[in-house]
Design a protein around this ligand. Structure first.
Ligand SMILES: [Zn+2]
Length: 390
């Protein structure tokens, strides 16, 4: 969807100096595999597929091509969510990757694949190309939360596909959604400096889900700076597939280009009027953000206890349901003690290196928690802190 309104409420933010989180070297390694050639090839393919309106062969051909792409990445849970619109049978494409810690909780990463009055290489070929790159790079990565990659149809007809999905799947199945991350129109404008991405947050009614959207969007800003060279600004979310989710009370965030293309919704929404380098940079930022939102982790992190103080890392931080840490390899038995900011002992847990390094923290109070590790082999202590958030 094209967005012509200039917000009075947007502002540039420069968070680098305020950033409390540390970029993960594991995430950086994955982000470094974002390929400008792959992004460009996908944009060219989406251009060649033509105008993807309901009833066109191009829309069906695009759905089939996307399914073949996700399958080629190794995904096997690929569902066509079918609905009728204007006498045509249309499909949302739902690709599910199961999490290892909280499989019933979902991060939704979405962007529509239908277009209006043109091939829509920016709106929303750009978002589709970014999501394909995230899906390619995360296919073999273990994540704590499940991910649904969704390409909605009939967005341009009035958010028809996403509304259908919310009404017929999200609400009736009481789907447990941690976050909806919507990517729509991130192509940039050729001949201009495309160095800023707009991060979108929920400022609409109902307001019960707005604070969480603000927090996730602030995190998206931080992650964008950590994993890409982009600057950020924040604006309110409107006019894209996150709207039916937010209206149903879900927590949303999103990416939308800061330099707005004058060519969308026309036959001139073409690659020549965009910046493929900008789309690649968005793919880097979005991949880093998706790794963090889904709490991806390497399988075998180990820790050298001789300098443990600097190496124990808690993730996620802030944390809501659980925390993990990098497990000491030969530590034998060790103990975790959780303290509140007053120094009061909240909980004590015994572990050994045979246990998965993960703890349920749902019963801990909100706020800063100090966590003391006591190891036997060699005898040593290490204290780290994290924010328990609601
Ligand atoms: Zn769009």
């Amino acid at each position: 969807m094209s967005k012509k309104i200039v917000s009075l409420f947007c502002f540039l933010s420069f968070w680098a100096s305020l950033d409390a989180q540390t970029p993960s070297t594991f995430y950086q390694q994955i982000v470094s595999r974002v390929s400008s050639d792959t992004v460009l090839a996908n944009l060219q393919k989406l251009e060649s597929l033509g105008k993807k309106e309901p009833g066109t062969a191009a829309l069906d051909n695009t759905a089939n091509w996307l399914i073949s792409k996700y399958a080629s990445f190794g995904y096997t849970n690929i569902v066509r969510d079918t609905f009728d619109y204007g006498g045509h049978q249309l499909y949302n494409l739902i690709i599910t990757k199961y999490g290892t810690v909280f499989p019933p909780k979902y991060i939704i990463i979405d962007g529509h694949y239908d277009t209006y009055q043109g091939p829509g290489v920016n709106d929303n070929g750009s978002g589709v190309a970014v999501i394909l790159e995230i899906a390619r790079l995360l296919s073999n990565v273990q994540t704590a939360y499940s991910i649904k990659f969704i390409n909605f149809s009939a967005e341009e007809e009035g958010l028809i596909g996403s509304q259908h999905y919310v009404d017929n799947t999200v609400i009736p199945t009481n789907q447990n959604i941690v976050l909806v991350f919507n990517i729509d129109e991130v192509g940039g404008v050729s001949g201009t400096i495309n160095n800023t991405i707009t991060c979108e947050r929920d400022e609409s009614n109902p307001s019960s889900n707005n604070a969480a959207s603000y927090a996730f969007t602030d995190t998206l800003v931080t992650l964008t700076h950590q994993y890409s060279s982009l600057l950020t600004q924040i604006n309110y979310a409107y006019g894209s597939d996150y709207v039916p989710f937010q209206e149903a009370g879900e927590v949303i965030t999103g990416y939308y280009e800061t330099n707005e293309s004058p060519y969308v919704h026309s036959p001139n929404d073409l690659l020549i009027h965009m910046s493929p380098d900008y789309v690649t940079e968005i793919a880097r930022a979005a991949t880093g953000a998706s790794l963090w939102f889904s709490q991806a982790s390497p399988l075998n992190t180990s820790l050298d206890l001789s300098s443990a103080q600097n190496k124990i890392r808690i993730s996620p931080n802030p944390a809501r349901d659980f925390i993990r840490w990098n497990c000491p390899e030969n530590a034998g038995n060790y103990q975790l003690r959780f303290y509140n900011s007053m120094g009061q002992l909240l909980e004590e847990l015994d572990y050994s290196t045979a246990n998965e390094p993960i703890a349920d923290i749902t019963k801990l109070p909100d706020g800063i928690i100090s966590l003391k590790f006591s190891f036997e082999n060699p005898k040593s202590n290490c204290t780290v802190s994290f924010l328990k958030s609601h």
